[in-house]
Design a protein. Structure first.
Length: 123
């Protein structure tokens, strides 16, 4: 692999890692949401592997960032929110939650819904 290609892959990997961490996602969670192995995601973040356009777009959709923000390190452009994608993220997180985490989340949602008027938010 050419030196500039290796450097570019490292740059992309660092941007993926930064975007993942900004969303407070672990490698395990992001890899599951994207449909790749945690070890492969790790090699991507370290710039040791190249990735397909499909994998890049899946990572960007999951993280809610534009591919420009990953490839060119431009300010992240929020992608349109797709309800089905949000439900998939929530279901994956719930499926991986411990009993204590689930109990906390149920209590939190009950608390939050009792105090927020969703009619005002357009939802």
């Amino acid at each position: 692999m050419k030196r500039e290609t290796k450097e570019h892959l490292k740059y992309i990997g660092e941007n993926i890692r930064a975007a993942r961490k900004s969303k407070n996602l672990t490698i395990d969670t992001l890899s599951e949401l994207v449909g790749i192995s945690p070890s492969f995601l790790g090699t991507l973040e370290r710039g040791e592997s190249s990735l397909s356009v499909e994998t890049l777009m899946s990572i960007c959709r999951t993280l809610g960032v534009s591919s420009d923000s990953i490839i060119l390190n431009q300010d992240p452009t929020p992608m349109p929110v797709v309800v089905a994608d949000m439900k998939d993220v929530i279901m994956t997180l719930l499926n991986n939650a411990t009993e204590g985490e689930l109990s906390f989340l149920v209590d939190y949602v009950k608390f939050y819904r009792g105090r927020v008027d969703f009619k005002d938010s357009g939802s």
